[in-house]
Design a protein around this ligand. Sequence first.
Ligand SMILES: [Fe+2]
Length: 316
Amino acid sequence: MIIDSPAELTDAVLAELEGAADPRFREIVGAAVRHLHAFVREVRLTETEFQQACAVIARLGQATTASHNEVVLMAGSLGVSALVCLQNNATRGGAPTTANLLGPFWRQDSPITEDGGSIVRSPTAGDPIFVTAWIADSAGRPVAGAVVDVWQASADGFYENQDPAQADMNLRGRFVSDAAGRIRFRSIKPSGYPIPVNGPVGDLLRAQGRHNLRPAHIHFLIAKPGYKTQFAQVYSDDDPHLGTDVQFAVTRALIGRYVSHRDEAAPDSDVQGTWYTLEHRFVIEPGESRLPRAPITGKVEGPRPERVVLDRKQLP
Ligand SMILES: [Fe+2]
């Protein structure tokens, strides 16, 4: 088709989709073309701005490595990840979903760990925490035999893949739920952490005057044949950034009670001083059990990255 006007252009691109055999592909790419063209028209995108946009997208890919995923961080920072999660895990029967974002830091094949075992695999500062998670179906029945992957950042705010000082797979482990649908493990109380800001995501946040902090949390990935694989994060109720999470991921169903204990005997006799407990209940739905594609596959090499925290501008 010879193009004589901007209006004809959109029609010409959409017409080429008729050659696509997959109807879902036609639907998704067709909507993307229509919305992209409408976006260019609405903001009257200049040639310079178009070149800048292409450069940002290219940098997202170039900044993504085996140990870092800038694309996932950007999707989260624009609220797209949270929208996809909420749209696909709707409230059922009045109970809000316990599903949440997978995030950019899940690694496959973390060590299978015995019930009640520790996921601290190299010396790691922080207060001990004893976590109990309960897995149930939507009728409230316990789900036994679910494989539950857990992972978290250190008290310094680094996942082991970001931090050469931590052992491989530190603060990561897999557990199998018992007949009561329960898993238990020992770790250290997580801290909130800044997401990396040395790439396009940092440019976005600085331009908006946003901080780059995530409230403290522990990640869970729950898999069992016959059930939709669930990703979840349980946020610490004492974190000051629950309302301004840079990834827009905090929901009320996922704010956990991190209970502090002092002058009480801990479950493990080596624990002194302050320690914590967390109990949380997850509801999984019938569906397809399928592990996601891991956003990262290994640990960073070289020095530990600098910890950079951006200030949040006070909004009127
Ligand atoms: Fe995280």
